[in-house]
Every structure is written in structure tokens, then in C-alpha cells.
Design a protein around this ligand. Structure first.
Ligand code: ADP
Ligand code: GLC
Length: 488
């Protein structure tokens, strides 16, 4: 196929694995262009900021433009663009020292960077400028989360951009509606957007400017990361005040379940693991389990199951429910191992409990990809009690590593985990619905009642290991959505 006939897509994201990651967005933004690029009807590039941690990566980064400028009132205007090659696609990195050469991506342990509004508005403007400099006229811009959302406002409300992007369509993907990018009204002027946008039909939201709203209002279509979440966000319980805006656009709102990268997350090859295994031979999983127990100084000769968790320590992830249930959990014959970073208060409550139950509760406060993988592989069960969950990748990783998920039935968790039915020997995990300790403990009890009980246990493991969440399917769904958007 001639490159002129291909659909040109530009993906805008504030994080992308393996270059910079705070959560699932990075995994998705890394896998999406990789798998889309395998389709020769598409030509895909990605753009993201060049953070300090990106600069440190051993990957070759070639300077392609120096001293480009964004056209806005703030004094910080200059940026450079670096190009790097990842599997299957090219990524362009927006380099500006003042905004991106920092220790963290969005926030320090003390809180958000106060200039996040300018930082990500700059990213959006610089991305548009880079596309022009590269002369990569996209058929479609695919922007992710609030950090990239203002691109849609610039395309609609900055006449200068009109000519070049006149035919460009857009898709905005919500990975998490709770993070909206809220700033005081004077931000509009500072980032070069007209002040009239400060009204409730545009970007105003309870006296603040809401960046995410630009993505919801000015895109040709909106998607979220699971079918269930695409419905949930149209209700007051999950809409975070934006349910009305979303309902108005319901005919342009789609739910596409994330995949996981089966190459990157593979117990047969994962270099982070002390032993490898597959659904045909699980011997290596026992070695991972022993290493996990050892790394938390637990006895290795135990018949008790390990319940693992790898999570941001945030309200979304159900830690208030977990903390209320800890005493109940430790009345059961289990080990609990948690890896996470995040809110101080949650950390302190978990630390206090892990001291009290030190022979049962292993806690590591860190962002540690290697340990995360050992937990996916070495645990028997994986707990996700989320209050809400747009998609959730960790239940899919645990399934892939033969670890049985115990999850609350919300969002993407509901779309990926099916309650085990011991009569039919169907299902790949355990679910509970009410956000209550008795319900969660009930699911844990059901789960441990099948632990190593044959024939149920082997069948459950089989079902887990054979669950299919490969990216090929999700990429196909995105391709079909792109085609639909181009026909609007
Ligand atoms: P979210 O994006 O809401 O945090 P997801 O389930 O989509 O949730 O993705 C979380 C991703 O971040 C997974 O890849 C998970 O392994 C990773 N992760 C979360 N916390 C940690 C941590 N403390 N150390 C290493 N990886 C982590
Ligand atoms: C968000 C959501 C999570 C989802 C991830 C990737 O961070 O919280 O549920 O899996 O984005 O789409």
C-alpha cells in the first residue's frame, strides 16, 4: 500500500512505557501504536514530553528540531524535538527544560506541580507545532487524558491552526475521569485561549477551567477503556460532575477494552522472574512463589495462599475498604503482599497494620517494576477492591501469570473477570459487588475454598492462563473506530 493511502494517526500522551510511567496509561500508550503499526493501512506516530527520566534512557534520541516556538503569551516559548524509534513506530519527544526536566512527571510527594496547567498546555501546542514542522498531516489525532485534551481546544479555537489541520479528525480517550486538570480561570489567557471559553457550555466547571472538558466537547468522538465504564460515566455515581456532558455526546462515546502486551508480559520469558513457566508446565511458578515469600522473610514451606496487590495507593483503588477489612483478612490462613506508592495517609495505615501483622503482611512502598512482576507471578490470588476502575490492567497481568484475581465488579474489572462456577468449572476469578468488608471477605473465602482443591483448582488456573486479552483485538477495535470517525 502506498504511504499516501494510509490513515495517518498521531497519538498524544503524557506517558508511554517503557520511557515514562506512573500507571496504566503508559502501558496502553506504549502498546497501542506498536500494535496499530502492524496494520499496513495505518501510519502511526506518538508524541510526549521529554521528561528527565526519558533523557536518562539508553534509547537513541536524535535531535530533529531546535528552537521551535509555541505561539502563546507566557515567557516560556522555546522547545526542541527529539526523535526515537520504539518497536514498530516513531516517537517524538518535546524537550523544554523548565517544564519537563524535573524529578517527577506530575507531582512530588508534597503534591502536584503548581504549573501543571501551563506544562501540559505547552505540550499540546508544541505537539501541534511539531506535527507541522514534520509535515505529518494527520487524518486523525488521538489524544489521551486531560494532559493532552487542550489540543482539541487549540484546534477548534485558534484560527491559525485551521489551515493545516482543516481535515484532521480527532478521538479523545478517557483513561480516568477523576483526573480532569482543573485550574483557575486566568489560565485561559496565560495559555493563549480566548476568555469566552469560560462558560459552562465550554470549559468552565464549578468556577474552574476544566482541561478534560476540551477533550469531551471538541473531539469528533470520545472513547473510554472498557464498555462497562463507558456506561458508568454517564451516571452521577461515576461521572465526577461530567455525566451530563457525556450523556449529551452518548452517540459519539465508545468503550474499547484495553489489551495487555503479551510480549512484554510473558511468564515464559519475563527477565524479571527467577524461573519461567507456561500453562503446560507451572513448575517455574512455584519457584517464583518461593522467591516472593523469601523476599518478605516469610517461611517458604507454607500451605497458605498468598494474596498479592500492586497498586497506586489512591482512593480509587479501594484502600479504605481494604484497611477496614485487614483484621478480617488476618483471621484467615493467608499472606498478604502489597506493593504500592501514593497517598501518605494510606501508606501510614498500611504500615501500621504491616507492623502489627509482620508475620503475615508484607508491604513495600515503592514503584518497582521487577517486584511487581514477581508479585504477579509468585502470588496465588490478586486482590483489586477498586471503588471504580476504568479498565484495570493488573487483573489481566495476574491472569496472564496464572494468579487468580479477586475483584470488585466495576468498570473493566467486570468486563474481564468472570466468577468461577465450580459445577461447570467455568470462570477465571472471584467478584464481589457491594463496597463492603463482608462482601470482599466473602469473595476471599470463596477463592481460598478452592485453593489447591482438585479438579477445581487446575481448571481455574487453566481458565486464567487461557483468558485472552491480547492487543491484536483492541487494536482492531481502534482501527474500526478510526474508520468510523473518518466517515463522520
Ligand atoms: P492505574 O493506571 O489506575 O494505576 P492500571 O491497572 O491500569 O491502574 O495500571 C497500573 C500499572 O502500573 C500496571 O502496569 C502496574 O503493574 C503498575 N504499577 C502500579 N503500581 C506500581 C508499583 N508500585 N510498582 C510497579 N508498578 C506499579
Ligand atoms: C487509568 C485507569 C485504569 C486503566 C488505565 C489504562 O489509569 O485508572 O483503570 O486501566 O488508565 O487505560
Amino acid at each position: 500500500m502506498n504511504s499516501a493511502d494510509k490513515i495517518r494517526v498521531t497519538i498524544l500522551t503524557s506517558e508511554l512505557a517503557p520511557l515514562a510511567k506512573t500507571g496504566g496509561l503508559a502501558d496502553v500508550a506504549g502498546a497501542l501504536p506498536k500494535y496499530l503499526s502492524r496494520d499496513n493501512r495505518l501510519e502511526v506516530i506518538a508524541i510526549m514530553p521529554r521528561y528527565r527520566e526519558v533523557k536518562k534512557k539508553s534509547l537513541l534520541q536524535k535531535l530533529v528540531f531546535e528552537n521551535l516556538q509555541v505561539d502563546w503569551p507566557a515567557s516560556e516559548k522555546n522547545f526542541s524535538v527529539y526523535q526515537a524509534r520504539l518497536e514498530g513506530f516513531t516517537i517524538y519527544l518535546i524537550d523544554n527544560e523548565a517544564y519537563y526536566d524535573r524529578e517527577y512527571l506530575y507531582s512530588t510527594p508534597e503534591g502536584d506541580y503548581p504549573d501543571n496547567g501551563e506544562r501540559f498546555a505547552f505540550f499540546c501546542l508544541a505537539a501541534l507545532k511539531s506535527i507541522q514542522a514534520l509535515n505529518f498531516q494527520p487524518d486523525l489525532i488521538h489524544a489521551h487524558d486531560w494532559q493532552s485534551a487542550l489540543t482539541l481546544a487549540y484546534l477548534k479555537h485558534r484560527p491559525k491552526a485551521d489551515g493545516y489541520f482543516r481535515k484532521t479528525k480527532s478521538l479523545f480517550t478517557i483513561h480516568n475521569l477523576a483526573y480532569q486538570g482543573l485550574f483557575s480561570p486566568d489560565i485561559l489567557d496565560r495559555v493563549g485561549l480566548p476568555e469566552f471559553l469560560f462558560n459552562s457550555e465550554d470549559l468552565e466547571f464549578y468556577s474552574k477551567v476544566n482541561f478534560l472538558k476540551a477533550g469531551l466537547l471538541y473531539s469528533d468522538a470520545i472513547s473510554t477503556v472498557s464498555p462497562t465504564y463507558s456506561q458508568e460515566i454517564q451516571t452521577p455515581e461515576f461521572g465526577f460532575g461530567l455525566e451530563g456532558v457525556l450523556r449529551k455526546r452518548a452517540d459519539r462515546l465508545f468503550g474499547i477494552l484495553n489489551g495487555i502486551d503479551y510480549q512484554e508480559w510473558n511468564p515464559e520469558t519475563d527477565p524479571a522472574l527467577p524461573a519461567h513457566y507456561s500453562s503446560d508446565n507451572l513448575a517455574g511458578k512455584s519457584i517464583c512463589r518461593i522467591e516472593l515469600l523469601q523476599s518478605f522473610n516469610f517461611p517458604v514451606e507454607t500451605s497458605w495462599p498468598i494474596i498479592g496487590m500492586v497498586s497506586r495507593l489512591a482512593g480509587q483503588k479501594g484502600f479504605d475498604l481494604l484497611i477496614r477489612s485487614l483484621e478480617g483478612i488476618f483471621k484467615r490462613p493467608v499472606y498478604l503482599i502489597i506493593l504500592g506508592t501514593g497517598e501518605k495517609e494510606i501508606q501510614n495505615l498500611l504500615l501500621a497494620s504491616s507492623k502489627k501483622h509482620s508475620e503475615r503482611f508484607g508491604l513495600k512502598i515503592a514503584f518497582d517494576d521487577r517486584l511487581a512482576r514477581l508479585i504477579y507471578a509468585g502470588s496465588d490470588f490478586f486482590l483489586i477492591p477498586s471503588r471504580y476502575e476504568p479498565c484495570g490492567l493488573t487483573q489481566m497481568y495476574s491472569l496472564r501469570y496464572g494468579t487468580i484475581p479477586i475483584v470488585r465488579g466495576t468498570g473493566g474489572l467486570k468486563d474481564t473477570v468472570v466468577e468461577f462456577n465450580p459445577k461447570l468449572l467455568q470462570g477465571n476469578g472471584f467478584l464481589f459487588q457491594e463496597y463492603e468488608a463482608v462482601d470482599m471477605l466473602g469473595a476471599i473465602d470463596r477463592a481460598i475454598s478452592f485453593y489447591k482443591k482438585e479438579p477445581a483448582w487446575s481448571k481455574l488456573l487453566d481458565n486464567a492462563l487461557n483468558s485472552d486479552f491480547s492487543w491484536e483485538k483492541s487494536a482492531r477495535n481502534y482501527f474500526e473506530l478510526y474508520q468510523k470517525i473518518l466517515s463522520f
